[in-house]
Design a protein. Structure first.
Lengths: 80, 315
């Protein structure tokens, strides 16, 4: 299982690829919408890419609860 | 056994152009937001009196005029639509009456946004079964009748219009021009797009549809290429349902179509549901962006959730 740091780094790669977010800006406390400017459709793309990268299932209902990078990391840790 | 092919196309759009700035006068939205989220700059809106059958007939007249056939040659009319207000007579018979097509098989197909590929497959199957020689296949929608102009999540998306194709049997020694259809649905996700009840408005769960479309459709479109025996590198154009520019880009990226024109009629026409594929295809052909005979991948998806697609030879 990956560490929280490794998952955060993996999410940073996805965020750069999908939404052009600077990887240096990605940290657990950052809010996807307010801090990283990820809109709702890009968030779906991030979730889909994260499912593939980390081998987890992130249901539609869960996506709205993932407000920060840390929320996503915790969900992935819990699910993997 | 003969196959079938598209020999001509035609399209019609209402004259009224609704811009993003026009919409910003009606609902809380703006041009930059709409362009970024859905990739639409303008859409056409039919007048109050103009019906789905009017638009379908106008597109069909153009397709028929370009086919070298006459109304008397047409023996089957299939109309894909989910927005005809009238339940009976169906749109297909109204089109037939308008064009002077006597005694055709005539039916409407409702699979919402995937409708044209379903209708095209239905015509192809009818020709293969010997039930038709020359068919008229139409996608036509007047979604403005079902738009809640106070709902900014849907009012910005949809438009009105129609596209039509004349499909004819191929000679025995001629390769088929309409490849095997890949069709199906995800009924468990049916609530993601709805036009429900009496005097309804269109509603959709945007994120759920986006996720489904950007993940489920590409593998199905690849199946359509495989079943037609066409390599993705040989696809000359990809005409998908014009749902959202970011969905189109997402699917195209997964398909890795190295040499294909990617239809983006959504920019000027919005999402016209079952009309979007024939409308975009007709415009590509009119602008000569695809050579005659070249393989074109069509793929529709939407309410139901339904999908259908096939590789066709460009007329």
């Amino acid at each position: 299982m990956s560490s929280r740091e490794e998952i955060t780094a993996g999410l940073a790669e996805i965020l750069e690829e999908v939404a052009g977010v600077n990887p240096d800006d990605v940290a657990e406390e950052k809010n996807f919408t307010e801090d990283l400017d990820v809109d709702s459709l890009s968030m779906v793309e991030v979730v889909v890419a994260a499912e593939e990268k980390f081998g987890v299932k992130i249901p539609d209902d869960e996506v709205q609860n993932l407000k920060t990078v840390g929320d996503a990391v915790s969900f992935i840790v819990k699910s993997s | 056994m003969p196959g079938s092919r598209i020999i001509s196309l035609g399209h019609y759009q209402p004259s009224r152009v609704l811009t993003n700035d026009d919409l910003a006068q009606i609902v809380e939205t703006n041009d930059a937001w709409i362009r970024d989220r859905v990739g639409i700059a303008t859409r056409r809106i039919a007048s109050g009196e103009e019906t789905v059958a009017d638009m379908a007939s106008a597109a069909a007249e153009k397709a028929l005029a370009g086919s070298g056939l006459t109304a008397g040659d047409i023996d089957f009319v299939v109309v894909a639509t989910c927005s005809s207000v009238d339940r009976c007579p169906n749109v297909a018979t109204r089109v037939a009456n308008r064009l002077g097509i006597t005694a055709p098989g005539a039916l409407d197909v409702n699979t919402a946004c995937s409708g044209f590929s379903y209708a095209l497959a239905t015509a192809d199957h009818a020709v293969r079964a010997g039930a038709s020689r020359n068919a008229l296949v139409i996608g036509a929608e007047k979604l403005s009748d079902f738009t809640d102009w106070t709902d900014r999540s849907t009012a910005i998306i949809f438009g009105d219009g129609a596209g039509a194709a004349v499909v004819t049997a191929t000679a025995d020694d001629e390769p088929t021009g309409i490849g095997p259809v890949v069709w199906g649905s995800a009924p468990e996700k049916g609530d993601a797009v709805r036009i429900e009840g009496w005097r309804p408005y269109i509603q959709q769960e945007g994120q759920a549809v986006f996720r489904w479309a950007t993940t489920a459709i590409a593998p199905l479109a690849l199946q359509a290429c495989e079943r037609a025996g066409v390599a993705t590198s040989d696809i000359a154009a990809f005409v998908s349902h014009q749902a959202n520019a970011r969905i189109i880009d997402g699917i195209a990226k997964r398909l890795k179509l190295a040499n294909a024109v990617i239809a983006k009629d959504i920019v000027e026409s919005g999402n016209t549901s079952a009309a979007s594929v024939p409308l975009a295809l007709s415009k590509l052909v009119e602008r000569r962006e695809v050579p005659s005979g070249a393989p074109v991948l069509l793929f529709g998806f939407g309410g139901g959730l339904t999908y259908a697609g096939q590789v066709v030879r460009c007329p």
